[in-house]
Design a protein around this ligand. Structure first.
Ligand code: HEC
Ligand code: CU
Length: 309
């Protein structure tokens, strides 16, 4: 809904500016074709300096007044758009909190009831037709939350909290992108906003609240152990296990995300394996370190992560 106001303002500005541009070009063409021709022998028309140029003066002052009036109308359109944007009714809004990290997005859906809060990464879900209020924070440097099909940009500034309010009126997946240069992998800092029917949204929330299942075979159990006893748990949380790290994305339902590492690659077992082995080769500069697992251990880890649906 917000984006449609911005689109309308853009269309008005584009139309007005194109018309003005065309008018100026036409005036220029007329001036060029109608100018008196002179040759080497023409004598300078010094009298023109004394002749009053009434018509010219009228045309120039008329054009100046018209320019000011047009600029004023654009200003008015701007102010009205701004007011329309801030008038989104926010009763019954979904609240969530997003934090920009180098180079991924953390989203928290907090709930007053303990045990109902959960966190996801790089993929928001929102219900269609309901306003969403997102608190924006940054962990390290300035990032900018920008989902062009929903709303304009809003900075995420370390040490400050700002908010952005929007409403998705059509179901669909809207791509977002960090819009403030934030370092090496700024270009690989994408996010998806999935707008879905309230029923599907509620089902998603219920699913995300659940904790991780127990491993059902030896390979998965080995993977869980490697994860919780190793470095992974220092940075990642998987609710339902002892892993409580907060430096990286919450992986409790990592398999529910089609893309990994902020839209960098598809979530397939092969990609997952290459990522754990050498994250820097898939996303140079990423803050997740490489690890030294044997091929068998990698297989166990990927098998267990695969249960985190
Ligand atoms: C020093 C902290 C740190 C350690 C240790 C670490 N990670 Fe990460 N991990 C991160 C960060 C930060 C990201 C986000 C990277 C990005 O998108 O640029 C990440 C991303 C991931 C992702 C992709 C998640 C998503 O939704 O995009 C997976 C899967 C993952 N890590 C698994 C592991 C596993 C398995 C281990 C242990 C072998 C591990 N990590 C160790 C910090 C860490
Ligand atoms: Cu960024």
């Amino acid at each position: 809904m917000q984006a449609s106001h911005i689109l309308a303002l853009w269309n008005v500005t584009l139309t007005v500016c194109s018309l003005v541009f065309a008018a100026v070009l036409i005036a220029l063409l007329i001036a060029v074709t109608r100018a008196p021709r002179s040759s080497r022998d023409t004598r300078p028309d010094l009298e023109s300096l004394e002749r009053p140029e009434k018509r010219l003066r009228r045309v120039v002052s008329g054009a100046s007044i018209a320019s000011v009036a047009v600029l004023f109308c654009l200003l008015l359109a701007d102010v009205l758009t701004d007011r329309a944007l801030s008038r989104l009714p926010v009763a019954d809004a979904v609240h969530l909190e997003m934090t920009g990290h180098q180079w991924w997005w953390e989203a928290r859906y907090d709930d007053d009831t303990p045990g109902r809060s959960f966190a996801v990464a790089n993929e928001l879900h929102v219900p269609v037709g309901r306003p969403v209020i997102v608190s924006l924070k940054a962990d390290d440097v300035i990032h900018t939350f920008w989902v062009p099909n929903l709303h304009g940009k809003k900075d995420m500034i370390p040490g400050r909290t700002s908010t952005i309010e929007f409403r998705a009126d059509q179901p669909g997946t809207y791509r977002g992108q960090c819009a403030e240069f934030c370092g090496l992998e700024h270009a690989l800092m994408a996010l998806d906003v999935v707008a879905e029917s309230p029923a599907r949204y509620d089902a998603w929330v219920r699913h995300q609240r659940a904790v991780a299942p127990q491993p059902v075979n030896g390979l998965q159990a080995q993977g869980e152990h490697l994860f919780t006893a190793g470095a992974c748990a220092g940075c990642h949380t998987v609710r339902g296990t002892s892993a409580r790290g907060v430096l990286g994305p919450d992986l409790t339902h990592v398999m529910s995300r089609p893309m990994l590492a902020a839209g960098t690659f598809e979530n397939t077992p092969a990609n997952m394996e290459s990522w754990i082995k050498a994250p820097g080769s898939m996303k140079p500069g990423t803050t997740m370190p490489a690890s030294q697992f044997s091929a068998q251990e990698l297989k166990a880890l990927v098998a267990w992560l695969g249960t985190l649906q």
